[in-house]
Design a protein. Structure first.
Length: 687
């Protein structure tokens, strides 16, 4: 333990300097810190860190000494907004045994930054079995290459780590080397961190190897533990902002088109249409059309309306994010359109239904591609009306309907239970989508069992295990009755809890002009085939998009598929094509004396497909899912941590309006305006 003179020196050094504080390595609790104690830094917004170590911390209420032994410790640390970090931890003696799952949160206060950093935090937040519960305050200051931290923590355990005063120091003599020593309120711990130099990995990625020495261990002399951590930025398919060479390319193209406008291969419009009496070269028409087609776009229509170039298309090649498709097409228009055209009107469709139209000045968008400076924001209209009759179509390619086969993992799992750190049932889901006519599609999906853990194969979770079976088969008809609105009707057969149901469901959705506000109403009926259940569904929801922070907030209220009534709150933090998702659910079964259930969870969604793809086999596109979702959840506000099933289930969400027609709820003015650089990057990358 540190002596009194060491404590005094520590406190004096703490207030002598105002150097800035950098984020630390993840500690064994899953927070930014030293070995066991936290410091006042937080993970940068948009960064994440995962860690696996061989240390197991015994329950603080049961062990007054011998706090650590060999085991398995899994941590995930996320920076999803400024000055706040969230952590998830799973701690057990072995993979096949029971473990404890916990959540941690730390908030760095925005005060006193010129003197020191100060943070408040909670460990093991939420559920009933809080084995590692602690609330703390910590102050940190960096002096040269030394960071000093001190704080006070309160835990329900009267003995053990993180109960009372704690302090420590981190010495960073080199960017890739850190030495930590600390007193955690019970023990003295030390660690050595070796990280990869920044030049070894791009995009703020870093690999760290840690050796820790803990004083209070179960086995005397066996006090060395090891961890490996990986730090990386959140956000798949991030825009690179690289415009090298694009200026010269586009200027060269413009010069070529200026020359081609003098070609004798021209198309004269009819004399009885004086407002369209523009001379249009066949050369540029063919070249722009073929350029758009070369990317793999379907149903490409090219026309003119006075001095406006009009283009309509469908995309099956940029499935991770439809903004890439818009960016490629708009870039091609700005590069290939003759100078005689002043404006553009580009509409993207899905199965014959208009999704979004972007309209603006060609010269302004060309300048944006060349310089990255957008002085002329295009007008963005979600689900616009049909292109008016004034358009003269020069090239038409209607009628292409491309079937799609989507492959994705189908996973059920439990984490941090009394029977295992991780139990799972994994299948491959194959979904076939066949467009039949405008807005009408046939869907069918099946699961193919791949693997079960022991408890799903022959244990306690056997009844919930995945099977090789048909999951659903149905028709979906979507309408767009007015700008900013959709209506979708689905009829067919689906599975819920391995039982089959005949169902009919209608979803109606309206958005404000900028997409900030969205209202949704869903009503359905599910009639059991393998049982006698009659499951009505009636839900209403409101979604708000906070464009400044790139966050979606959603409240859903009503009667869910599991026949529980209540509400569900969701917060989605968007990082390009990666989404960190928080949820809180509070529902109660209808006509039941069972108490209401509260569940909180954290998850993520990522695209399991490349940014651009052209995998077609015999006129069928084979692709991965554009947004695969996984989450971990825990019962909260209860006197036990029992697993909760079928809480606030929303049916048929995989192919709902937002996912099928609105780019996973990212195809509206506010979102597109915030991410215009994504459009530019797509053209620079795939030109």
């Amino acid at each position: 333990m540190f002596n009194n003179s060491s404590k005094l020196l520590f406190l004096l050094l703490l207030f002598l300097n105002t150097s800035s504080l950098t984020a630390s390595q993840i500690n064994i609790q899953g927070m930014s810190g030293l070995v066991n104690i936290p410091d006042a830094s937080v993970m940068d917004k948009g960064q994440a860190q995962i860690q696996l170590s061989n240390i197991f911390e015994n329950k603080r209420s049961s062990y007054t000494s011998n706090h650590y032994e060999r085991g398995v410790n899994e941590n995930v640390l996320l920076g999803i907004f400024d000055n706040v970090e969230l952590a998830w931890r799973n701690n057990g003696r072995k993979f096949s045994g029971g473990s404890d799952m916990s959540f941690n949160i730390k908030w760095q206060l925005p005060f006193f930054k010129e003197w020191f950093d100060i943070a408040l935090g909670i460990q093991d937040l939420g559920g009933a079995s809080n084995y590692y519960d602690a609330e703390y305050i910590v102050i940190s200051k960096t002096i040269g290459f030394t960071k000093l931290s001190a704080g006070y923590s309160h835990s329900f355990s009267d003995s053990g780590p993180m109960n009372g005063s704690f302090y420590g120091m981190e010495i960073l003599p080199l960017p890739w080397l850190a030495v930590n020593v600390e007193y955690d309120g019970a023990d003295v711990n030390r660690s050595l961190n070796l990280s990869t130099p920044s030049s070894w990995m791009s995009d703020n990625k870093k690999l760290t190897f840690t050796v820790a020495q803990m004083d209070e261990t179960v086995t005397a002399g066996d006090n060395l533990f090891y961890a490996i951590s990986f730090s990386f930025p959140l956000g798949a398919n991030r825009a690179k902002n690289d415009s090298s060479g694009i200026n010269q390319i586009i200027n060269s193209s413009i010069n070529e088109f200026s020359f081609s406008t003098q070609s004798t291969h021209t198309l004269l419009l009819e004399d009885n249409q004086p407002e369209k009496s523009t001379i249009i070269t066949k050369a540029w028409t063919d070249e722009l059309y073929q350029r758009i087609k070369s990317y793999g776009f379907d149903n490409v229509n090219l026309g003119t309306n006075s001095q406006t170039l009009v283009l309509r298309f469908e995309s099956t090649v940029f499935n991770a994010n439809s903004l890439d498709a818009l960016g490629v097409v708009l870039g091609a228009v700005s590069e290939y359109a003759p100078e005689s055209f002043k404006k553009y009107s580009v509409t993207m469709q899905k199965n014959g239904i208009n999704q979004v139209t972007l309209q603006g000045n060609i010269s302004g968008y060309r300048h944006f591609i060349q310089t990255g400076v957008l002085n002329d924001m295009p007008e963005i209209i979600t689900t616009p009306n049909e292109v008016n009759d004034e358009t003269l179509w020069l090239k038409k390619d209607d009628g292409t309907l491309t079937p799609k086969l989507t492959l994705s993992p189908s996973l059920i799992s439990t984490i941090g239970t009394e029977v295992g750190m991780l139990d799972y049932s994994l299948a491959l889901n194959t979904q076939l989508e066949i467009p039949l006519s405008k807005g009408l599609s046939f869907y069918s999906s099946a699961d193919i069992l791949l693997s079960n853990s022991g408890d799903f194969e022959n244990g306690i979770f056997k009844s919930q295990a995945k099977k090789s079976q048909l999951m659903d088969i149905y028709l979906s008809k979507t309408f767009s009755p007015a700008t900013q609105s959709f209506d979708q009707l689905q009829l067919g057969i689906m599975r819920y809890n391995n039982d089959r149901y005949i169902f009919a469901q209608n979803e109606a959705q309206w958005s404000s002009l900028d997409g900030i506000h969205q209202l949704n109403a869903t009503a359905g009926r599910y009639l059991g085939i393998d049982n006698s259940y009659n499951l009505p569904v009636l839900l209403g929801s409101y979604r708000y998009y906070w464009d400044e922070k790139d966050i979606r907030l959603k409240l859903s209220v009503g009667q869910f598929l599991g026949q529980d009534q209540g509400y569900k709150i969701e917060a989605d933090y968007l990082f390009d094509d990666t989404v960190i998702k928080l949820n809180f659910r509070h529902t109660k079964l209808m006509n039941s004396n069972v108490n209401a259930v509260m569940v909180a969870g954290i998850g993520f969604s990522v695209p399991l497909t490349s940014r651009q793809e052209k995998t077609h086999l015999s006129h069928i596109q084979i692709t991965g899912i554009p947004s695969w979702y996984y989450s971990v959840n825990s019962r909260v506000g209860d006197d036990h941590n029992g697993l909760a099933y079928n809480v606030a289930d929303i049916p048929m969400i995989k192919n709902n309006i937002n996912n099928q027609y609105l780019n996973i709820d990212r195809l509206f003015e506010a979102y597109i305006s915030k991410h215009m650089n994504r459009l530019r990057d797509a053209y620079i990358t795939y030109r």
